[in-house]
Design a protein around this ligand. Structure first.
Ligand code: PLP
Length: 484
């Protein structure tokens, strides 16, 4: 059935106008059908001879297109059984814009979609950034939500404009003061739908199109997307072992925004040194810049007490602090927060209500209860211990199999490790190869804005169960061994 569909689809779409070769068209049409999931994972492709006959093209043309798709991981072959669509895209939303920029898109739209080069939404070994969800106290969470929904006053079902439910802002404020040494009052906090929205709002309110933003390089692609979508010109600034290094920025560059992850640089894992923090604060003062501090996973620190926030160190009001519940609760909750300098809070609140609308107070109330009744702190404590064990397991398994041939990041914190690869190992190719076996290796080179300085793999372990960590790490070692 699917075979008939493929043949008919290709017969309909192949153009013989001499513009693009038949081989190129065949490759592109099949690739698009796989990416859009019109061709589902596991589907058998027609035999090359039969397809060549049906399309009236040479068999080598079909074989070349199949080979290219095999090499890129879209297809896999089983000896004696044929060629099949790989499962890589099966776990992705059918609407994830992974396709080539579409002609109807604006320039900004094209830029944004062209950069969706790292698949998201995958789970399993070693998808980064995902917390353990099986061990989340779902029952307690549902109970708290039910209670708060039942008791919700009528006005909670309307649009809101208080910058978030006051009870939740109070709970977040207490938590940030105590755990992150953030200087704040509940009225300086704005509850938003995750860090991504916080970044977008901040970029829109504090910069104009064409302004310069300094980005850590390598850095977080979500932040790159949010700032680029706001029309900012991104200036990559190299990260060294003290964090973003201002001396590596072009001498004539004056940033309007500086995006940093000082507690645990994403993805390298580096903690920004005190000296660098002070240097950056001074620079922001001199250049009239705003620093966006993304404190996304600092709760998971394994060697000592959490590193205090940069915002807490600042004597001036130049830092916009961003936090998220995606890692400590679960990503689909879509709740995060900003701590905003007092002079800006009214503008942020008003703009937030105007741009995005505000609501979901019953859920926010349940979260405030979850924090105040101690479930939040308990869950973080449990997860910290679990992630520490999982990281050790991943490290030991890889160390045992490959030793010093595969250097790993220090891993004092967070939910992933970075494995550094020698320059001759193409991390993108390796990642396509591994994806055929449901092994998700996020290539480090994909996190650079400029020429990648280091090939490597970002290996998430937090949401991966121990048996799978061990099996997948061994398989990764087998794949890597002949390459190192
Ligand atoms: C560096 C960084 N910041 C923020 C986030 C969280 O974003 P959100 O709150 O939008 O889920 C992530 C998630 O992967 C991240 O890696």
């Amino acid at each position: 059935m699917q075979t008939d569909w493929i043949i008919e689809h290709l017969q309909r779409c192949l153009l013989r106008d001499g513009q693009a070769t038949l081989g190129q068209q065949l490759y592109r049409l099949l690739r698009e059908a796989i990416r859009s999931q019109q061709l589902k994972g596991g589907t058998a492709l027609p035999a090359s001879r039969a397809l060549a006959q049906a399309l009236q093209v040479g068999r080598n043309t079909v074989l070349a297109a199949y080979d290219q798709l095999l090499a890129e991981g879209y297809l896999h072959s089983k000896q004696g059984a044929g060629t099949f669509v790989s499962e890589v895209f099966a776990q992705q939303s059918a609407h994830t814009p992974l396709t080539m920029p579409h002609a109807g898109l604006s320039q900004r739209g094209q830029q944004l979609t062209a950069q969706c080069r790292l698949p998201t939404g995958l789970t399993g070994a070693f998808a980064p950034g995902l917390p353990e969800l099986q061990q989340f106290p779902h029952h307690t969470w549902q109970r708290l939500q039910q209670v708060r929904s039942k008791q919700a006053p009528a006005h909670w079902w309307h649009y809101q404009q208080q910058g978030g439910l006051p009870e939740l802002r109070q709970a977040v404020c207490d938590y940030l003061q105590l755990s992150r040494s953030v200087r704040c009052q509940p009225e300086h906090i704005l509850i938003v739908q995750g860090a991504q929205q916080a970044l977008e709002l901040t970029a829109r309110l504090l910069s104009d199109a064409g302004d310069c933003a300094w980005m850590e390089d390598p850095g977080y692609v979500g932040a790159q997307a949010a700032l680029q979508a706001a029309g900012l010109q991104l200036t990559p600034v190299a990260v060294d072992d003290e964090g973003l290094n201002p001396a590596a920025a072009p001498a004539d560059s004056t940033p309007r925004l500086i995006y940093i992850t000082p507690s645990h640089q994403y993805p390298s894992g580096v903690v920004m040194s005190l000296q660098r923090r002070l240097e950056l604060l001074q620079l922001a003062e001199t250049c009239n810049s705003w620093i966006i501090e993304d404190d996304y996973d600092s709760e998971f620190r394994y060697d000592a007490q959490p590193i205090a926030s940069l915002q807490g160190l600042a004597s001036s009001e130049r830092v916009i602090y961003v936090g998220t519940f995606s890692k400590v609760m679960f990503p689909a909750l879509r709740l995060g927060y900003l701590v905003i300098p007092p002079a800006l809070i009214d503008s942020f609140r008003a703009a937030y209500a105007r741009l995005y609308r505000e609501g979901s107070y019953a859920q926010q109330a349940a979260l405030a209860d979850f924090i105040e009744q101690g479930y939040f702190a308990r869950h973080i404590r449990r997860m910290r211990e679990l992630y520490r064990i999982r990281q050790q397991l991943l490290r030991h398994t890889l160390d045992h199999a490959l030793g010093t041939a595969l250097p790993l990041s220090a891993g004092q914190a967070g939910m992933h490790l970075v494995a550094r690869l020698p320059a001759h190992v193409d991390d993108q190719q390796l990642s396509s190869l591994a994806a055929r076996e449901q092994l998700w290796l996020r290539p480090l080179s994909g996190h650079y804005l400029q020429q990648p300085q280091q090939n490597g793999l970002v290996l998430g372990y937090a949401g991966v169960e121990e048996t799978l960590i061990r099996q997948s790490a061994l398989r990764l070692a087998q794949l890597l061994e002949p390459m190192l």
